[in-house]
Design a protein around this ligand. Structure first.
Ligand code: HEC
Length: 101
């Protein structure tokens, strides 16, 4: 039992700075392309669209809001993201742009 507790602490310690630890950022990056996420963002922000995540008045200010926003966006194109896809996308966006802990 003690051994497992120790392991738990170890995992908690390393995962601390990553709210989407179960997501795969590399897969998330590919999902952005698969769902053509930047198609709308481009129209709004220009460039490759990614400036939407770093704009001064960005709407995503927490890990929970990030998930909410992705649900709204994918809903707008009639797609339902799976829980794993949400985690993968969030892991990618968080590691690249938001850096929530
Ligand atoms: C139908 C068009 C559309 C599609 C497709 C779309 N988005 Fe968005 N997205 C928007 C708009 C518009 C905003 C800005 C909302 C605002 O300013 O309130 C936005 C904002 C966001 C934000 C918040 C940026 C911020 O301000 O911090 C995230 C995160 C995001 N989108 C993720 C995604 C992901 C992930 C996908 C693909 C699964 C996606 N979006 C697909 C239209 C879209």
């Amino acid at each position: 039992m003690k051994k497992y507790l120790f392991l738990l602490f170890l995992i908690a310690g390393t995962a601390q700075a990553e709210p989407f630890a179960k997501g795969n950022a590399e897969t998330g990056k590919q999902l952005i392309v698969k769902y053509d996420c930047e198609s709308c963002h481009k129209g709004k922000m220009g460039g490759n669209g990614s400036a939407i995540y770093t704009r001064a008045n960005r709407v995503v200010t927490s890990a929970a809001i990030l998930i909410d926003r992705m649900e709204q966006c994918s809903g707008a194109i009639g797609k339902q993201l799976s829980e794993q896809e949400k985690l993968d996308l969030a892991a990618h966006l968080n590691q690249t742009y938001y850096h929530f802990e």
